[in-house]
Design a protein around this ligand. Structure first.
Ligand code: CU
Length: 293
């Protein structure tokens, strides 16, 4: 949205003696070039407004937010529609998107099997729609995202992982680590971790007692409230201590940014961050996702 264009339209309909917008014979004369947009939206809202709830009363005409939730292994349907005048290189962090359909038509081979590409960036085109599938597991990280620790006395730190034919832990759909990638089960991340997570891994992370957590950091690199709480240092009063969006008590999921890769478009009126930017949240299975809206 270019505010100059909208301001000209507003000035013409509110000027004294001018015709009333919508009245017979009334027309506006607003040049739509040059076009210098300063507001960029997803589902009709800019970040951070797109993180407010669905059906928030302040957005009666933009009911849907931009924070999809999923559990590991679940499949999310994306419906991406370019509604503006420009293309937008929309990028989904966390995994690629398998394109199913374009403009509502399945992309099929002559043998009627799915033929859609696996896309790193789902570039939107004005008026064009894409449907795609997205899922996330910890496969490929090469460390145990749940922070399992076989040396722990906590039963939740010692869950088992029995691989199905695809390598995932799927025998018990009620398991907290349902759909864990078993090849990385018990693989430590950190060389010298705080708390009750496995050590002797490859990474040395910043001392959690010495740096400030942002609103989206749950206080540990691990998935789930149990792992996050176990990863606390001995002082106990420092992070994780309950962050705004991603607290161990509430959610403790992984937040992946989904956003325009044209970084001009992740600003609002020239301020970063904003605009065409949202978060996809992978929630640990303790967190019940409300799908009623
Ligand atoms: Cu990115």
């Amino acid at each position: 949205m270019d505010p100059n264009i909208h301001r000209q339209a507003e000035e013409q309909v509110t000027a004294a003696g001018k015709c009333v917008a919508g009245a017979p014979g009334c027309s506006l004369n607003v040049p739509t070039e040059p076009y210098h947009p300063a507001y960029f939206m997803i589902n009709g809202r800019s970040m951070p407004d797109d993180m407010d709830p669905n059906y928030a009363t302040q957005y009666p005409h933009q009911p849907y937010n931009g924070d999809p939730h999923m559990h590991p292994g679940e499949i999310t349907l994306l419906r991406i529609i370019g509604q503006g005048r420009w293309q937008h290189p929309f990028h989904e962090h966390g995994n690629h998107v398998r394109i199913l359909a374009r403009d509502g038509n399945l992309l099929l081979t002559p043998n009627q099997t799915l033929a859609g590409p696996l896309l790193f960036t789902t570039t939107t085109t004005p008026g064009l729609a894409m449907d795609g599938l997205f899922y996330w597991t910890a496969k490929g990280l090469n460390w145990d995202a749940y922070g399992h620790n076989p040396a722990s006395s906590d039963p939740l730190a010692k869950l088992t992982c029995s691989p199905d034919t695809n390598g995932y832990n799927t025998s018990d759909p009620t398991a907290i680590n349902y759909f864990e990638w078993c090849q990385d089960h018990n693989k430590p991340l950190e060389a010298h971790p705080f708390g009750d997570v496995a050590g002797a891994g490859p990474a040395t992370l910043p001392d959690a007692n010495l740096f400030t957590n942002g609103a989206w950091y749950g206080g540990s690199p691990y998935l789930g409230p149990n792992a996050t709480t176990r990863a606390v240092g001995p002082t106990g009063t420092t992070p994780p201590s309950g962050t705004i969006a991603n607290s161990p008590g509430g959610e403790a999921g992984f937040a992946f940014m989904w956003h325009s890769h044209n970084e001009r478009e992740i600003t609002t009126n020239n301020i970063f961050p904003g605009g065409m930017l949202m978060m996809m949240l992978v929630d640990s299975r303790e967190f019940v996702i409300d799908e009623t809206n």
